[in-house]
Design a protein around this ligand. Structure first.
Ligand code: ADP
Ligand code: MG
Length: 676
């Protein structure tokens, strides 16, 4: 048999049915409800179309010819009777099995060509193969092959609009042949053609029956064609009224198109309507950008505040304040309401003897005037942690310097914050290295305890020359000048009136390890002092910012919901507008799930694209804002936020696209084809 020579080894189709396939209608009726009554489009028809023959179905309009074709080709189901193709009862297949069967067994040719106008001839022909899961390159080769076969080898890259009616119908025939189906069904293929082109198309179709041995059925109401057919079946009022050669049939299909293929098609569909896709995606872009921008600014500020806290106290430090249960203070001492207890040297020594304590110290702070030449500025001076704890193993944090070093032992030295140093010496930012070693005249004016400032004894108020040993990086809440701990302790003694106990107003207790922090905090509390860990402060800051960032994210999220509604509306319109395209895809064998995937992918494509642009936009706006307001660190975009933006954009689009995609998938292929 010819079929053996041409068999390319497709396991889904047995060699015997390769070229042609007998298809039978057995007592088939198809009725449609119309108002109260039902219209019988077909009424108990039995007919077998055979391989190697061109069967011509003739009859007046409304006689049931199209209905008959749809039933033969598995585009529709009978209301009574069975349809049998080879060994398969196609009228009993599930919708998906039927789609798969149709894709591999039937090629349709329609009156109005139904070529997709945005695809070239070759792409139109390749479409059913791509839907069948073939790769693009072999599909294209095969498309060029069959286009050659119908005499259009030189028109492969033309679009339907650039072809004559006859040529367009040849492309449609080539498309019907692409998947090499055993059955070709042509419903009034010559209806829109002049008689010359009509004859040519009929000749071409007859070659497919005679040359290849395919089963070819052609519907017409043109009596002229009767002479060209092997068999003429006349249909009128839903019945067969004459048959020139009456006489007296395998399912299973390949996998459908890959998800990648469908997504590629969806992507190009979205790009084809670029402008509309952009407008639709814009909603997602705005939502994602707003989310990224707002949450990033929240995260940036949080980061700064936490950094400022950790600048002052490490996680293993416990900040001791004079009052138990006092509020949080970022400085060394707590608020002073309630029964405040003095924290003096004896008390600090007691703290250092508590179990789990590595060291206890205090960081007295002062208000002072710093002067250089004629320039003067008020600065806050804070004691550094004791030098014995600078070795890096204690978790004690030291200020970050932009120039110079921390004060040494030899001469009284001071570290000024960047802004104060620049102002006093009249230099601009970046030139601080040249200031190291210069002299600053410092006059103490008050002692800072917690949030209050108290007067100092006159003994401490003499101006003194100090060496500027370094310049500290300015940070939120960390813009104090720094001196050695021992010097500050001496100042604190001088500042206290003779005979009075030196009250430092606060202390820092360093736990031996992170595990000891809890116990140390407890023990300090038991002694009647307030104890706050940096971890507590950071935790509370993070809680507050977490709420803030969530609120900001929700605001961005609302924009995303609106974007989702927009996508739903646009996709619903697209389904209406593209009914015919959906019909063609279904006729070419696309399953309902394929159509669903196609539309859902298109929505997802728009959503993800909008999300990516939104991520970039939000990030760029944040960077721009940070630049404009000279707040480089204020805008932090964590990776999770970028991914979240993308994920939200895609998820909103997919949710919004699901309903219209479902509607598209449920469209009846026959009705979809009728839509204009
Ligand atoms: P033909 O192709 O021979 O012109 P059809 O098979 O299209 O005829 O239609 C046969 C009859 O069935 C006509 O009366 C037509 O109006 C009716 N019919 C076909 N399809 C539908 C449908 N989807 N809903 C209602 N009536 C239909
Ligand atoms: Mg018809």
């Amino acid at each position: 048999m010819r079929s053996e020579a041409r068999d390319d080894g497709d396991p889904a189709v047995d060699a015997g049915s390769r070229r042609g396939l007998a298809v039978s209608l057995e007592g088939v009726s198809r009725s449609y409800p119309r108002g109260q009554e039902t219209v019988r489009a077909l009424d108990g028809v039995s007919l077998t179309v055979r391989p190697g023959e061109l069967s011509l179905v003739l009859g007046p309009s409304g006689g049931g010819k199209s209905t008959l074709m749809h039933l033969l080709g598995g585009m529709d189901r009978p209301t009574a009777g069975r349809v049998v193709a080879g060994t398969a009862v196609t009228s009993q297949l599930s919708p998906d099995r039927l789609s798969a069967w149709r894709r591999t067994h039937v090629g349709f040719v329609f009156q109005s060509f139904h070529l997709l106008p945005h695809l070239t001839a070759a792409e139109n022909v390749a479409l059913p193969m791509v839907l069948g899961g073939r790769r693009r390159a072999p599909a294209r080769r095969r498309a060029l092959d069959v286009l050659g076969r119908v005499g259009l080898g030189d028109r492969a890259s033309h679009r339907p609009g650039e072809l004559s009616g006859g040529q367009a119908q040849r492309v449609a025939v080539a498309r019907a042949l692409a998947a090499d189906p055993p059955v070709i069904l042509a419903d009034e293929p010559t209806g829109h053609l002049d008689s010359q082109s009509g004859q040519e198309i009929l000749g071409l179709l007859r070659d497919l029956a005679h040359g290849d041995g395919r089963t070819v059925v052609v519907v017409s109401h043109n009596e002229e064609f009767a002479a060209l057919a092997d068999r003429v079946v006349r249909v009128r009022d839903g019945r067969i009224v004459a048959d020139s050669a009456p006489g007296e049939a395998a399912a299973g299909g390949r996998l459908g198109p890959s998800a990648g293929t469908l997504m590629g098609m969806a992507g190009s569909a979205a790009l084809r309507r670029a402008w509309r896709s952009i407008l639709t995606g814009l909603g997602v872009t705005v939502g994602v950008a707003a989310m990224v921008l707002l949450v990033s600014i929240g995260a940036g500020i949080e980061h700064r505040v936490v950094a400022a806290v950790l600048d002052q106290a490490s996680l293993s430090s416990v900040l001791v304040s004079p009052t138990k249960g006092a509020g949080i203070s970022l400085g060394q001492a707590g608020a002073t309401q309630g029964a405040a207890r003095p924290i003096g040297a004896a008390q600090i020594a007691a703290f250092s003897r508590l179990p789990g304590v590595r060291a206890a110290y205090t960081q007295p702070a002062f208000l002072a005037t710093a002067a250089v030449g004629g320039r003067a500025r008020t600065v806050e001076i804070q004691a550094l942690p004791p030098a014995t704890l600078w070795d890096g193993t204690t978790g004690v944090t030291l200020p970050t310097l932009v120039a110079g070093n921390l004060p040494g032992l030899s001469r009284p030295g001071i570290v000024l914050p960047e802004s104060a140093a620049d102002a006093l010496f009249g230099v601009v930012q970046g030139q601080e290295a040249g200031l190291v070693g210069r002299t600053v005249r410092v006059t103490l004016s008050g002692a800072i305890r917690g949030s209050s400032i108290s007067a100092i004894a006159s003994a401490a108020a003499h101006p003194q020359n100090m060496v500027l040993t370094g310049v500290g990086r300015a940070s939120l809440g960390g813009a104090a000048a720094q001196v050695r701990n021992s010097l500050a302790l001496r100042w604190a003694t001088l500042a206290t009136p003779k005979g009075a106990v030196v009250d430092y107003g606060g202390a820092v207790v360093v736990a031996a390890s992170a595990n000891d922090v809890q116990g140390v905090t407890q023990a300090i509390g038991d002694l009647g002092f307030g104890a706050t860990t940096a971890g507590d402060i950071v935790g509370r800051i993070q809680t507050v910012f977490g709420v803030l960032e969530t609120a900001l994210g929700v605001i961005g999220g609302i924009a995303l919901v609106v974007a989702g509604l927009m996508i739903a509306v646009v996709m619903s319109m697209a389904v209406l507008e593209r009914s015919r395209e959906i019909g063609v895809l279904r006729a070419l064998g696309a399953r309902r799930s394929d159509v669903f995937t196609l539309f859902l992918s298109e929505a997802a494509f728009i959503g993800f694209a909008g999300g990516i642009v939104g991520d970039i936009l939000g990030w760029a706006l944040g960077k721009l804002g940070a630049l404009l307001f000279h707040q480089a660190g204020i805008f932090l975009v964590p990776l999770w936020l970028i991914l979240l933006g993308l994920g939200f954009g895609g998820a909103v689009a997919i949710l919004a696209g699901a309903v219209p995609a479902g509607r598209a998938a449920r469209l009846n292929p026959v009705e979809a084809l009728r839509a204009e």
